[in-house]
Design a protein around this ligand. Structure first.
Ligand SMILES: Cc1cc2nc3c(=O)[nH]c(=O)nc-3n(C[C@H](O)[C@H](O)[C@H](O)COP(=O)(O)OP(=O)(O)OC[C@H]3O[C@@H](n4cnc5c(N)ncnc54)[C@H](O)[C@@H]3O)c2cc1C
Length: 287
């Protein structure tokens, strides 16, 4: 099914990299840093995974060029399932190393997004294989809803890895993931404290005011300077809050997805919040 792009425009910056660069510049002018995600996931053919890797090499070079040209501070976010994780783990590691090699040479940071729980262990293991060679250029994501995450937080603190902490966006069964928002939030706050105190430059990725305030309070109480961590939010969600947090002097990074394969990402954003469905329907009828 090919849905028209205007439906996704609130959450997806553009369909091409050329059209996305001005969005990064606009966000920079608002005091916001960015992380760029080329949409796509679960590739099961080697050729497609190689193609995606090449596209990501272009993105890394382009981000570095644009940094030199206009000073944008953009990271890359990538889903390993797009570069061959489902085909063969070794093949995926080779593809990731190609990207990290360019990232290291051009001083770009690459974040490995976390996907469904079926590949959590594989994603962490791939991260641990590449991290020693690229400690300044690669980071990982942990999801507070997973029951395994407390151990993973300790595992990543031991490495002194850069972790993005989020609640988790995939539908997971009660056997592996907490289902109650209260428990997920409590876990998030517990892990946030561990990461702020014990790991390098964590990214606190949430739109939840309670968690954001708990982070600010914990950092202030423990004299953790605002340049030792960052907040992260998604493109198109709570834009005024993004700006006001940045204007208070905190680092704020916006996750900017682009590309033609936007339907799965877009569906997750709709599932998170029923108001978004109304937003899309209103747009449909406005045209
Ligand atoms: C930068 C970033 C990177 C992420 N990376 C990953 C990843 O790698 N893997 C993964 O599984 N998940 C990822 N996520 C998604 C995350 O796991 C959650 O699904 C998502 O952020 C919603 O949880 P929340 O903490 O924002 O709180 P929620 O409790 O969902 O929301 C709190 C408040 O935020 C606002 N809000 C939240 N979501 C929306 C929305 N869709 N539309 C409008 N308003 C909204 C509402 O005001 C809501 O009351 C990422 C999120 C961010 C911000």
């Amino acid at each position: 099914m090919h849905l028209p792009f205007f439906l996704a425009r609130r959450f997806v910056a553009a369909e091409t990299l050329d059209d996305t660069i001005p969005v990064l510049e606009r966000l920079k002018s608002m005091g916001l840093m960015t992380t760029l995600d080329l949409l796509g996931e679960y590739v099961d053919e080697r050729d497609l995974a190689r193609e995606a890797t090449e596209l990501y090499l272009d993105i890394a070079n382009r981000i570095a060029d644009e940094h030199e040209r206009s000073g944008i501070d953009a990271n890359i976010s990538i889903k390993l399932s797009m570069i061959g994780q489902k085909v063969d783990e070794g093949f995926c590691v080779d593809n990731l190393r190609k990207l990290l090699h360019v990232a290291q040479n051009r001083n770009v940071f690459v974040r490995l997004d976390m996907e469904g729980s079926d590949i959590t262990e594989s994603t962490l293991s791939i991260f641990e294989q590449v991290f020693p060679d690229y400690p300044d250029n690669v980071g990982i994501v942990l999801q507070a809803y997973l029951k395994r995450t407390r151990e993973d937080v300790h595992r990543m603190c031991e490495l002194n890895a850069r972790v993005r902490l989020c609640k988790g966006a995939y539908k997971e069964p009660p056997s592996v993931a907490h289902q109650s928002m209260e428990t997920i939030r409590e876990s998030f706050v517990e892990y946030m404290k561990l990461l702020l105190s014990n790991a390098r430059y964590p990214g606190i990725a949430t739109h939840d005011d309670l968690v954001i305030q708990a982070t600010k309070d914990y950092a202030a109480a423990n004299e953790i300077a605002t340049d030792r961590y960052e907040f992260q939010m998604l493109y198109g969600i709570r834009q005024e809050t993004q700006q006001s947090i940045a204007s208070e002097g905190y680092n704020m990074r916006v996750y900017v997805p682009y590309g033609r394969q936007w339907v799965p990402y877009f569906s997750r954003r709709l599932r998170e919040r029923k108001e978004n469905v109304w937003f899309v329907l209103k747009n449909l009828f406005r045209r």
